[in-house]
Design a protein around this ligand. Structure first.
Ligand SMILES: Cc1ncc(COP(=O)(O)O)c(C=O)c1O
Length: 360
């Protein structure tokens, strides 16, 4: 029995060829020789239609660096708890306090109404996650940001190619952070990117370029200076060249994800499941089931891999606090991610739907 994988990068001869080309070029580091990193930044900027972009080596690095542009020491950042831990780690790495907010049960994205009651004098940023690639209510969240004069920094790790009101995710928030982890919609061995918007974008890019490479600035030939601390967060040429090939077919790959999502939405006999929205990139497709352990075992036994996204961050030992998030906590006990990726065949998605309808 061939197992149906939960995630699977979509690759073909073009990815193979481009990797071998970089390998043989002997220029593997960022900006060396072939300059695929810069090409990828330019292409992605064009794709999302933002003011600027900075490529880095992970989504975690993108979040860390984007938030480093604000003076967050002892300040607060509002974010959902239903996310990968990196979202909150990026806040802590910038000496700020994460303030977790509950989600809207129909989309699992941050609930704008609940954000309002958490705004304090210490709030310095709002960090929503486009959960599973489903676009958050950016109009409502942007309004809160404008009213309180704080920046909108988006975690778009799941949302490469998603859009909001016909504009690609990446063009709304001041800083929008993407992940290109192998399981993401645009796959690299590891990678991330910050999309920048606003009048000061050139200056922010300059600062971020330096921070992603050990604080190095003013490089002319072998001469350079270091004025502040930075990290080793630059993207390498292998990731960038793969990114260019993947970017070319991202809309096509997401279209396939959407077709599968539509089929799941109409044929899975469960009340609580991810809604269908043509603007979603469907990095994940989630369903809520009652007896999750037994359900997952049944699917595993018929060769279907499933996952849990996520155990809420505020329940992890490091982040434990007393604030209750009733919706997040209820959902996290029932949520199951089912396979959704461009490599799935019709007969595989039929098998998945039949198994879910039988065992849920
Ligand atoms: C919502 C979310 N944010 C941030 C990240 C971090 O991205 P990366 O794994 O590329 O560091 C991930 C990746 O798993 C994620 O799912």
């Amino acid at each position: 029995m061939t197992k149906i994988k939960l995630f699977d990068p979509s690759i073909n001869k073009l990815e193979e060829k481009s990797i071998v080309n970089v390998l043989k070029s002997h220029f593997w580091a960022s900006g060396a020789g072939t300059n695929y990193v810069q090409k990828f930044e330019k292409q992605f900027q064009k794709f999302v239609n933002s003011d600027n972009t900075v490529a880095v080596n992970s989504g975690t690095a993108a979040l860390h660096l984007a938030l480093s542009l604000f003076n967050l020491s002892n300040k607060e950042v509002i974010l959902p708890s239903l996310s990968f831990v990196s979202t909150a780690h990026a806040v802590i790495l910038n000496q700020a306090k994460p303030v977790f907010v509950d989600v809207d049960p129909s989309t699992l994205c941050i609930d704008p109404e609940k954000i309002k009651s958490l705004i304090s004098k210490k709030t310095e940023a709002i960090l929503p996650v486009h959960f599973g690639g489903f676009p958050c209510n950016l109009d409502a969240i942007s309004k809160i940001c404008i009213d309180n004069n704080i920046p909108l920094v988006e975690d778009a790790a799941h949302a490469a190619g998603a859009s909001y009101k016909n504009n690609k995710i990446g063009t709304h928030g001041k800083f929008v952070c993407f992940s290109f982890h192998p399981v993401k919609n645009l796959s690299m061995p590891s990678g991330g990117l910050i999309s920048i918007n606003g009048t000061n974008h050139k200056n922010f890019k300059k600062i971020l370029n330096s921070r992603r490479w050990c604080g190095i600035t003013n490089r002319i030939g072998s001469e350079y200076d270091v004025k502040e601390l930075g990290w080793n967060y630059y993207m390498n040429e292998f990731s960038a060249v793969l990114g260019l090939v993947q970017l070319d077919k991202l809309d096509k790959m997401n279209k396939k994800r959407k077709l599968i999502a539509k089929k799941y939405f109409t044929k899975i006999n469960l009340e609580e499941k991810m809604p269908f929205n043509t603007e979603c990139s469907y990095h994940l497709y989630w369903i809520l089931v009652k007896n999750r352990t037994k359900f997952r075992k049944n699917l595993h036994d018929v060769g279907i891999e499933t996952g849990i996204h996520y155990k809420p961050i505020h329940l992890m030992s490091m982040y434990k606090n007393n604030r209750k998030l009733p919706i997040t906590e209820k959902i996290s006990k029932q949520i199951v991610s089912i396979p959704i990726h461009p490599n799935l065949t019709n007969s595989q998605t039929n098998k998945i739907i039949n198994a879910i309808n039988k065992y849920s």
